[in-house]
Design a protein. Structure first.
Length: 158
């Protein structure tokens, strides 16, 4: 996996966790600048620009949206308010209806769950969880489904 791809995945993970953790004394702003090279959209409470229209989102209020990277290394993260723990069932139906294969592979005893889905263009990781006093949310992390690999250059015969 390319370095920029790993950087995008790591930053998306940090954004998915709310982006508020202090990492070794670094500010979140410094982390974003250093890792992304400035290719970041902290959309706040909106779906970030360029979010793939083929990826359906649950119809709740967007509570967090961000993207990082560019081109094939771009990753989007959107957190949507959902009414209850079993929202993962509707989310799975929406993704299947849009042509995504996958399922929720684990569900928590108190509800919610984690699922992985993909079509030929995008990979989608969805986590439905209890956000405490904020109620239930669904967090979508979306990335390109395939990462291009460099074409090997033939070695000249000696």
């Amino acid at each position: 996996m390319r370095r920029s791809r790993w950087s995008a995945v790591l930053l998306a993970g940090a954004l998915a966790l709310g982006g508020t953790a202090a990492l070794a004394g670094c500010s979140v702003q410094t982390l974003v600048k250093d890792v992304s090279g400035g290719n970041v959209d902290l959309g706040g409470d909106t779906v970030p620009a360029g979010f793939p229209s083929t990826v359906p989102l649950y119809g709740g209020r967007v509570v967090f949206g961000a993207s990082v990277g560019s081109g094939d290394g771009k990753v989007w993260n959107v957190t949507v308010k959902v009414p209850a723990a079993d929202a993962y069932k509707r989310i799975a139906e929406q993704l299947a209806g849009a042509g995504f294969a996958g399922r929720f592979g684990s569900t928590a005893p108190d509800g919610g769950g984690t699922g992985a889905f993909a079509d030929d263009r995008y990979g989608v990781l969805v986590v439905v969880t209890d956000a405490g006093s904020n109620g239930w949310v669904a967090n979508y992390s979306v990335s390109k489904a395939a990462v291009p690999t460099p074409t090997p250059t033939p070695t000249p015969a000696s």
